[in-house]
Design a protein around this ligand. Structure first.
Ligand code: PMV
Length: 344
């Protein structure tokens, strides 16, 4: 039996993925750009027992999956967790042309109850550890394609460090070639992501449902027209390390994602009153000379992007706002790695 352990980070998008051409395999309707994080990670150990069963279907039935907490004890799993992981393990086994069963233990470094999206880091870590356990060393391109096929498109970006675009500019968007590419390494520009936690429960509508409903919003077509210009501006801002140029676009794009969500049928409201408190405060702080800009994923928590040196001041201010239950200070990171710290 072979075993491998990988740690993969979450990422925060500056131009968001919202709406899919093929939801099962997460082929997006437009490109997105993100920053890979450092502290918010999933840690996954996978063992593969090759040939312990005589066909792939039996193998799938024998896979064992546990989510563990910081102390190593079994933790409650979010809805769909087990089903989505089993499906992905099956896909990896078939891709590798192997027969056998997996044992998986996985843990998130950020609080499971914090309502932070863990699918990007989770599927990225799982893809890397499971293929390594089967004896396969993936290229970056293969890792990104396989992580994407989990159905969590943002996982395609988490297999790379630093600043990432998915799919690559000018790339044909089909299953074989739809993968992320690096725009710049983390060392290029030290930016922080200070997360204001305003909701600790699981979100009511999954991002999968959000992608599914996106096209029903009358504003979705307008968004598709605006995205190419935004991608160009974000690429330029990253290259020039211009936080103001980046910030204006990333705020605009996040608000627009939520505009599309709120006007989908049926509508999706991810915001909570405290989300708005944070959005307003960050705008006010800019008038005082702080270079902070807000973005939000499919949830109520607000990610505040700022230069790394301003992160402690931003974190202190966020923690003092009413309705903010906690703050995570994260920053741009180098991407996934294999480690020797096995979870079993
Ligand atoms: O990867 P998914 O299917 O969980 O979708 C991610 C959706 C957003 O987080 C809202 C945007 C993004 O690009 O990360």
């Amino acid at each position: 039996m072979a075993k491998a352990t990988a740690i993969a980070p979450a990422n925060i998008a500056f131009v968001k993925y919202w709406g899919a051409k093929d939801l099962e395999r997460a082929i997006p309707l437009h490109p997105s750009i993100s920053m890979t994080l450092d502290r918010c990670c999933s840690h996954s150990t996978v063992a593969f027992d090759e040939g312990s069963v005589d066909d792939a279907a039996k193998g799938a039935g024998q896979d064992s999956i546990t989510l563990v907490d910081e102390a190593g004890a079994p933790a409650p799993t979010p809805p769909g967790f087990d089903r989505r992981i089993r499906r992905h393990l099956d896909l990896l086994r078939q891709w590798a042309g192997k027969e056998g069963s997996f044992r998986v233990a996985t843990r998130n470094s950020f609080p499971a109850a914090a309502g932070m999206a863990s699918s990007a880091s989770g599927f990225s870590a799982l893809t890397l550890a499971a293929t390594k356990a089967m004896g396969i060393d993936l290229s970056e391109k293969e890792s990104s394609i396989l992580a994407r096929r989990s159905g969590s498109g943002s996982a395609a970006r988490s297999v790379l460090g630093g600043y990432v675009e998915w799919p690559a500019p000018g790339q044909a968007v089909d299953d074989e070639s739809c993968h992320a590419v690096s725009l710049a390494p983390a060392s290029h520009w030290p930016l922080a992501d200070v997360v204001a936690l305003v909701e600790t429960g699981p979100k009511e509508v999954s991002s999968l449902d959000g992608h599914r409903r996106a096209g029903t919003s009358p504003h979705f077509a307008a968004r598709l027209e605006l995205v190419p210009g935004r991608l160009a501006q974000v690429r330029e801002a990253i290259q020039e390390k211009d936080v103001e140029k980046l910030g204006v676009v990333l705020e605009e794009d996040a608000i627009e994602l939520h505009l599309v969500a709120m006007s989908s049928r049926p509508p999706i409201f991810y915001w909570k009153p405290a989300s708005l408190t944070v959005l307003e405060a960050v705008r006010r702080w800019r008038e005082e000379g702080i270079h902070a800009y807000s973005t939000m994923d499919a949830g109520a928590n607000v990610h505040v992007i700022c230069p790394l040196e301003e992160s402690p001041a931003v974190a202190e201010r966020l923690a003092a706002l009413p309705g903010v239950d906690g703050v995570i200070e994260d920053r741009v990171g180098d991407g996934p790695r294999f480690v020797g710290e096995d979870l079993f």
